[in-house]
Design a protein around this ligand. Structure first.
Ligand SMILES: Nc1ncnc2c1ncn2[C@@H]1O[C@H](COP(=O)(O)OP(=O)(O)OP(=O)(O)O)[C@@H](O)[C@H]1O
Length: 497
């Protein structure tokens, strides 16, 4: 292990080391924190052989920041630069990884920490492989675990804000899970409970939406007292007011000392950070691409176009854009159209259908089988336009979405970053076109900062609305807040369960 750096204990930066200097192969029983979690992790020999200068370049080039309150030593956890550096594991866990050239930066940096049992907050751009970032260590933990599992007592729980995202995480775990795949299950609302109860009998890893998980916990169908690995995906969403109480209730039977807690997201607003700390034990915060205290950051491969328009011109402009993307190419492009409200989404979907485009919709008023079916149609390309509310803003990994059109701006710039992040995934490019009207002007400052940070053009007309960033106005924001029918006087907020 190299010399300790003189940095403040809260911050790790790449340490300078000569090329010939090699770190000791260190065994890392990382639990200095006096808790009951134990995990042993050592750098693979091939990783320990890599010169420190190469590690330093990797950290610098990817603008990786690691803040560990318990240690100032940057070399303690070397990023896993190649799949060959992964710790040994049975059960064909790494077989499927061969389809990828190497780990993404968030995977490289968080995997060693997670294998070593640390609590981790991982912040990285949309489409950067965060699911496997938390998913692979989860599967490895299960494979390595010697203790037997009792029915309805999972060892790992992964919580996601929407049913579609929960299913997507489940699919990934099954795909990468090798022989353990039969021990993964997914529970979410909008469908019957009996089958889910049966699946819980054998499930070691449960992927869930919070409402249904809480329901099954309350009626005794699941006992979370043995959970050792807890993930909040889209963590800022899971911790905002809409879900906060559910999450608190769910984690009550899993003491923080006995569980590893993992939070991943692309946006990490200040408003949730203190709350996050109450769920975690000396977490290491890993940020890819810059300081987490800055404005939410968009994926840099997405070209962002903002058009300041009169509200009455939106539909005409939308049809123009769709005509170009659907008929101006050999094959129609996949386009995701975001609306703010369910009624608006339904109206826009009908409008698009009447113009002869292949369209499907996804929002909270559809039953679950229609939601899954429509999403599937878009994935397969039988519908090339998907009209969605923010229920589809986060996490969904739909191949080849070329264009995102925001017909109505979301209620927060974080949601904007997630919405446009449905394109430009896994290294691809994408375009996002946003119609911005006078009604949205309260968010112009935040949007301008997102555009500037991503070196995008800021239209004059947007600057005229002002550059001040207003404090977040909605305690409940994002996908579910907006899945409300604002045309009605009763403003019941509905959540995925
Ligand atoms: N090492 C890798 N190399 C290339 N592609 C990868 C790698 N790991 C994962 N992917 C692929 O990248 C895509 C995006 O991954 P994922 O959905 O996990 O992104 P994310 O960071 O969670 O995005 P979001 O913030 O939108 O939820 C997926 O199709 C996934 O299969």
């Amino acid at each position: 292990m190299g010399k300790r750096s003189h940095l403040e204990p809260t911050e790790q930066r790449p340490k300078k080391k000569s090329k010939s200097e090699k770190p000791e192969k260190a065994s890392k029983d990382k639990q200095k924190n006096g808790d009951e979690k134990t995990a042993s992790y050592s750098d693979a020999f091939a990783l320990s052989e890599i010169p420190q200068s190469e590690i330093d370049s990797f950290l610098t080039e990817n603008v990786i920041k690691i803040v560990d309150p318990s240690s100032p030593d940057a070399s303690q956890f070397r990023p896993i630069l190649s799949f060959d550096h992964l710790p040994e594991c049975d059960a064909g866990l790494y077989t499927q990884l061969k389809s990828f050239p190497k780990p993404t930066p968030i995977q490289s940096t968080t995997w060693p920490l997670l294998f070593a049992g640390r609590d981790v907050i991982g912040i990285a751009e949309t489409g950067s492989g965060k699911t496997l970032g938390f998913g692979l260590p989860c599967l490895k933990k299960l494979i390595d675990s010697k203790s037997s599992k009792k029915p309805c007592q999972p060892k790992a729980v992964i919580i996601s804000p929407t049913r579609e995202l929960a299913m997507q995480i489940y699919d990934q775990l099954v795909k990468f899970g090798g022989t353990e795949k039969t021990q993964v299950t997914c529970i979410y609302g909008g469908v019957g409970k009996d089958e889910q109860r049966r699946a819980l009998q054998r499930a070691a890893i449960v992927v869930a939406t919070p409402g249904r998980l809480k329901d099954l916990q309350s009626d005794g169908s699941i006992d979370l007292g043995k959970v050792q690995y807890l993930v909040l995906d889209e963590a800022d969403r899971m911790l905002d007011k809409g879900f906060e109480q559910d999450i608190k209730d769910i984690v009550k039977p899993m003491p923080v000392s006995r569980r590893q807690t993992v939070m991943f997201t692309a946006t990490w607003p200040r408003s949730v950070r203190d709350l996050a700390a109450t769920f975690m034990k000396t977490p290491v915060t890993v940020t890819i691409g810059g300081d987490p205290s800055a404005d939410p950051r968009a994926n840099l491969r997405i070209k962002q176009v903002v058009e300041v328009v009169d509200g009455r011109d939106k539909e005409g402009r939308l049809i123009q854009l769709l005509a170009k993307s659907q008929r101006g190419h050999q094959l129609p492009e996949k386009v995701l159209v975001f609306c703010l409200y369910k009624k608006e989404a339904m109206r826009i979907e009908n409008l698009i259908r009447n113009k002869g485009f292949l369209v499907a919709g996804i929002h909270g008023d559809l039953n679950q089988s229609d939601r899954f079916r429509n999403l599937d149609a878009f994935k397969k390309g039988t519908a090339t336009v998907l009209v969605a509310t923010d229920v589809a803003a986060r996490g969904l990994d739909i191949p080849n979405v070329k264009l995102v059109i925001n017909v109505t701006f979301p209620l927060t710039v974080e949601d904007y970053v997630h919405r446009i992040g449905r394109t430009g995934r896994a290294g691809a490019d994408g375009i996002a076109i946003t119609m911005f009207t006078e009604t949205d002007k309260g968010l112009s400052g935040g949007l301008i900062n997102v555009l500037k940070a991503a070196k995008q053009d800021v239209p004059e007309a947007l600057l005229k609305f002002g550059t001040t960033v207003k404090k977040k106005q909605h305690d409940v924001y994002g996908a579910f807040y907006k899945d409300v029918d604002m045309d009605k006087t009763a403003t019941k907020i509905t959540f995925d369960d």
